[in-house]
Write a protein that binds this ligand. Sequence first.
Ligand SMILES: [Zn+2]
Length: 300
Amino acid sequence: MRALARGALALAVAACADDAPGDGPDAAATCRAPTAAPAWLDGYLATTIAKLSGAADVAPGVRLADRATVARRAAAQRFALDELAAAGLPAALDDYGTGANVTAELPATAAAPGPLVLVGAHLDSVAGSPGADDNASGAAAVLATARMLTEVACRDRPVRFVLFDQEEVGLIGSTYLASALRQAGTAVAAVHTVDQIGWDGDGDRRLEIEQPTAARLAEYQAAATTLGLAVTATASGRTDHVAFREAGFDAVGVSEEFTGGDATPHYHAATDTAATLDLPFVALGARLVALVIAREVGAP
Ligand SMILES: [Zn+2]
């Protein structure tokens, strides 16, 4: 599947390079935003969350009681690097001293690419908590989004996927990257961060969109309508998107109903395990993010 996917992608990209997006039926046929659930998604999310939250080995003989220590954060980072590489994305560890972000970039296919779209989630957890909801759910959604976007053959903008380190101890990984992008003068269209999307106690299939600009909110509302989800805009600012907004970027967060009173009761607890998660809700959240990102890079 992975080998085939890469071959198919190369063919599709070659087809697009010759015919600019929108030119000719073939190009349009391969340039589609992912509105249908990929067959691999549910299994991939379940396995990824289990490995990151200690319900399964993340590497032979290695099980993560939490993702708070240096060694356990490094094991989770190696896992994420391998997952991105398996999706055909060259991934790297961006070491900033006290920690490291995992990062991979999917290039644009357009001759004159537009500004960067960044999507990320923190990979660390608090000590003593397996962090299935906080934040293996968000990390798995970003890894799945990376895979879904590799299947979108026409992209006007590059997409960077980032697993942030040290969110739980002060947004350190995201703050480092936000200032690095600012200092480099990188043109960034939007930043999306995902944190805790695994709980829907009241079953209303509602997600919160944190501090969105009007343009971002409209994108999430449109995608939510396509997927049968509901979204609510909130002023919540407790996770990585805050670091990017403070650096002057258009940033938005996606989470379960933190403000709306339907967030996991296992927050930062030893009981935040994979067994407590609503996996179909995680899958809807991952699809929401992937659909928004795909449309943001120009896929109809
Ligand atoms: Zn979190």
